[in-house]
Write a protein that binds this ligand. Structure first.
Ligand code: ATP
Length: 240
């Protein structure tokens, strides 16, 4: 039989007050896969990522990770299961140096792997390496995005959740970040769940994708199949 998915989202609904942001979402991420979730502004992409990470919690449905029900687990407990998140809006600690931000990422393991992992993220993001002593808040948007991902990596995730890593960045910077994501998956087999508005790049990168409309999954398939789908092209790719 097939191995169960590393992450399984089943019939999940999440509300803000009385307003549903997710309505019966089903989604799988298998070990070693890059899976992307695309959709327009306000479709509920960030909400799904945050729901996986425990805040807000799903009102109904279940989320299992590595065979364990994490639906009602607090965020700190989820983080200890080797799930790391790089949230939208590059939330780095602005007053801390780049180096200190990376130390915070390594705190989950009491810094035991700090030196080794620092070297790895510096190879992946040379720009971060050049700026270890700079205050994070003074870095450019693209640099902060790289730092946010690098910080997430310092916790040695088995599942990496990325919320719109391309947001507001120049094409060349976006390419650098997507190349780094591909590299992590290829060389380390890291499992990656990527929320993106940049559907073209996300679908080119991902093994599989899901389309979210108004809190519901309306389509899913391989990255290639979704790229070739006329409905996806009309809604998310034209002029993009
Ligand atoms: P974007 O691409 O613009 O970030 P998204 O697909 O990530 O959009 P969400 O941020 O998940 O969408 O928002 C889904 C819906 O939930 C939106 O209508 C949004 O206004 C609403 N929403 C999000 N956060 C809250 C909140 N804290 N309180 C109330 N409503 C919220």
């Amino acid at each position: 039989g097939r191995k169960p998915p590393l992450l399984a989202v089943r019939d999940v609904s999440t509300y803000y007050g009385s307003v549903a942001a997710l309505r019966g979402v089903d989604l799988d991420v298998a070990e070693g896969e890059i899976v992307t979730l695309i959709g327009a502004n306000g479709a509920g992409k960030s909400t799904l990522m945050m729901t996986i990470f425990g805040s807000p919690q799903a009102r109904s449905g279940t989320i299992t990770y590595d065979g364990r029900d994490i639906t009602r687990m607090p965020t700190h407990a989820i983080a200890r299961l080797a799930i790391a998140q790089s949230p939208e809006g590059r939330r780095v600690f602005p007053r801390m140096s780049v180096y200190e931000n990376l130390q915070m990422g390594a705190a989950l393991h009491d810094g035991r792997f700090f030196a080794e992992d620092l070297e790895k993220v510096c190879v992946l993001f040379p720009r971060v390496k050049e700026r270890l002593n700079q205050r994070a808040g003074t870095m450019s948007g693209g640099e902060q995005q790289m730092l946010a991902i690098a910080r997430a990596l310092m916790s040695r995730p088995r599942l990496l959740l990325l919320d719109e890593p391309s947001l507001g960045l120049a094409p060349l910077v976006v390419k650098g970040i997507f190349d780094a994501i591909r590299e992590l998956n290829r060389t380390e087999g890291m499992t990656i769940f990527l929320v993106e508005q940049n559907a073209y790049h996300a679908l080119k990168l991902a093994h599989r994708g899901y389309v979210l409309v108004n809190g519901r999954v309306t389509m899913s398939g391989t990255g290639r199949a979704l790229l070739d789908d006329p409905n996806v092209q009309a809604a998310y790719l034209e002029g993009g």
